[in-house]
Structures are given as C-alpha cells and as structure tokens.
Design a protein around this ligand. Sequence first.
Ligand SMILES: [Zn+2]
Length: 285
Amino acid sequence: MSTEPIRLLNDIPDAPSLPMIYILGNSHSGSTLLGFLLASNPHLINLGEIKSKTWLKDRFCSCGHPVNTCPFYQNYFSTFNALKQAAFHKIRSRSLAPLLLAGKMKTDPDTKANLNQLYSAVSQHVIEHYPDARYWIDTSKSTWLLNAWLQVIPAKDIRIIWIKRCLHANVGSFVKRGSSFWSAVINIKINNLITSRFLKRNHVTYLEVNYDRFYDAYAEEAAAISAFLGIAVPSSYASLHNHHAISGNRMTRQSFTDQFSGLRKDDEWKNILTGYQQKILAWIS
Ligand SMILES: [Zn+2]
C-alpha cells in the first residue's frame, strides 16, 4: 500500500476541477498581458493574480465593472476573499530559502485542505459562468504559489507557462515604478534562480514564452502556446468578455477594459536606464 500522502482533492466527491494555466515569472515581466492574450480564446478564462490581497481595497474588474456589479464577483467576492485568506496566510510570507535550497516547501495539511477548497470553489464558479471553459488562468507569477498549487492540483490539470523578459526591459520596468537599479537586478536574479531550481528539481513540465518576441513575432509564440495547451490561442487579441482580473498590472488591465490598442515595442528601458546601467546589464545578462 502506498505511503504517499493522500491527495485531498480525491477526498471530495465530485469536486469540480477545471484545469488551470499558471503563469510564472518575475514581477513586471508581462504576466498580466499574457493572461489577457490567452483569453483571446473564449474557453480560457483570465482571473488575474489569484495571490493578490484583493480584500484590502476597492477593486475594479477588467470586465469594466466595480466588483459589486461585476457579474462574476458581485455575489462571490466575500467568499472568494475568505477562501484566499485561509489558503494563503500561512504560506504567503514564508522564507523562500527552502525553495532555493531544497527546491520545494512542505505545505501543512490545513493549508492543503484550504488550497483545495479554493481551487474547487473557483473552478466551480468559473464553470457556472462559462460552462464551456477549458482552463482558468492564474497570473500570480510566484514560485511559492506554484509550489502550493502543485500539492493539490493533479499534474494533468495544471499547465505552466514561464514568461521571460530581457533583463534590460525587466529592470527598466522596476526602476520606472520606483525601485533602485540594484534591488531590481537582485530581485530578478534571485527569482530566476529560485524558479529554475524549483522547476528542475521537481521535474515540472512547462513552456517558456518570451515577452521580447511579442511585438515582432507574437504569432509564433501563440502557436507554441497553442501546441502546449492543445487549444488554439489566436495570434491577435479579441475581446470576448471572458476576463475578470482584479489584480495584476493596473495599466495593462485598464488597456483591456478599454479597447486594446495592440502590442507595443518593448524598448522603453532605453530611456529609463542610464548608459552605465545598460552596460552593467549587458555584462551580467
Ligand atoms: Zn468582472
């Protein structure tokens, strides 16, 4: 008889388990944008960053409504927040050292049960609103949350996409939002190390997507994503009212609430970083 811990998911009869797409990456690496681009397929439902503390302030949904009138959240928001608080409060602020050193962190049984309940509840809510949904999308980016999800979601029900962005553009985006140059570099380098070690040590299957190619070659990236997911992701964005993102990059969410005006060339960093900073990044890239 197996001595492996029993998956809590199996303990709940008929628990709905709509597969998830988890977007992994650094802060300011284009994860919010990718979540919306995936939702060009009507069967992929973008819910933004599930990890966000959405109970802390008034929220406006990417569908164009405040949460209290959004058809997806209006009667569900307090339940959603309570489930998230219960699932994440013990694991959100833990040191990431075990992820870096051991490649994984253990999750206690209560947290596992709460994570499982959150996953089932969100799946069920998505299915109620979108009966033909094939996946729901979590753009949380963090390895600690992927580590937790993988302990309650069967491998067949989670697809992981790691979005990468060139170091210059990623650091530029941090600096634009007030970070110091060196704290941005350290944040990105450490996060890349944690993520790559985690994926390797746990033999996780994932697809790497390159934000730097979105402007010139998004069709090729979309084709690779389509093959990975087994579902067609169009190479141009169409608004299909299948996104309810209340977290993630605010400007990006706003651009999809309004008429999305297309992908922009990712070269703003050239005006943000000094020549000296650009040289340093060229050395360490
Ligand atoms: Zn909404």
